[in-house]
Design a protein around this ligand. Structure first.
Ligand code: HEM
Length: 258
């Protein structure tokens, strides 16, 4: 389905979820921008970026400030997930199960032309779920290894000190993996996929066209219909013929030409 199709829309993300996403964009980009020049400090471009930011001390300060923001945001997210579960919202929506791995194979078969039907997805499809969990474990690794680098003496008192340089290697490696994953996986799925290019606006507007929901998240569509959260009249509006330019009747024609 082409994303440009218009029609009734449905609430997909709350304002709080959109604000969270915005802060994730902000913190992740700034952490990458201030982290990479530290990893590749010996290169000319890294030197220029560090100079641009006011020197290595300022670069480190900015990195640590946004690291704190990302950690606070992650704690908020855990709280929000627990609160949503308690309220019965999004229950299990991001949970990975056998069906998701089966859907990967079915989708591949569909894309390879071996299957006529696309698998149907729930509130989130397997691509979105894999990405979500990659952000969860990626952030856990970055926060743990980052805090080890931040407070090395504290750690060295508890465990062998060799873990400090190991944490630096893991932190830098995971940073590269995360940046590449965002560029390839996220940008493709949220921007460059032919049916949504140049971008999927749902995470910014909070809404999605019902037709698109029906097409891309059929099981969620059925669920919302069953719970009464999608009003049937709103789903299938009467087809409105686009207004055609009035064809003048022969008499009008004569009038206008006279
Ligand atoms: C989640 C919380 C994070 C914490 C607590 C954290 C903390 C740190 C610390 C303490 C350093 C050492 C430099 C310094 O002393 O300032 C560092 C380096 C670095 N950080 Fe982070 N960081 C975090 C997240 C991230 C993220 C999300 C990225 C990139 C996407 C990133 C990329 C880097 C890179 C590339 C380095 C240089 C590593 C090296 O020298 O090999 N960091 N970080």
């Amino acid at each position: 389905m082409n994303r440009r199709s218009r029609g009734p829309t449905v609430q997909r993300f709350t304002l709080a979820q959109r604000v969270e996403h915005f802060f994730l964009i902000l913190s992740f980009n700034i952490l990458a921008f201030t982290g990479l020049p530290q990893k590749y400090f010996y290169t000319g471009w890294a030197e220029r970026i560090i100079r641009l930011m006011g020197g290595i001390e300022t670069t480190r300060l900015i990195h640590r400030t946004f690291a704190v923001l990302l950690i606070l945001q992650s704690l908020y997210h855990i709280g929000a997930v627990l609160a949503a579960r308690r309220a019965g919202r999004e229950r299990g929506a991001m949970g990975l199960g056998f069906t998701d791995f089966r859907n990967v194979l079915l989708d591949m078969a569909y894309l390879a032309g071996l299957r006529r039907e696309k698998p149907s997805f729930g509130r989130y499809d397997y691509r979105q779920k894999f990405e979500y969990w990659a952000v969860v474990w990626g952030t856990a690794i970055m926060a743990t290894t980052g805090l080890i680098m931040w407070f090395p003496e504290l750690l060295a008192r508890l465990v062998p000190g060799v873990l400090v340089p190991a944490a630096r290697v893991a932190h830098g490696g995971e940073a590269i993996l995360a940046i590449v994953a965002v560029i390839i996986w996220h940008f493709y799925n949220a921007h460059f996929r032919p049916d949504i290019f140049p971008m999927d606006p749902a995470m910014f507007t909070g809404r999605m066209e019902v037709e698109r929901l029906r097409h891309e998240h059929a099981e969620e569509y059925v669920r919302l219909m069953e719970t009464g959260d999608l009003v049937p009249e709103a789903v299938s509006p009467p087809e409105v013929e686009p207004a055609r330019p009035a064809t003048p009747s022969p008499s009008e024609d004569q009038n206008s030409s006279s």
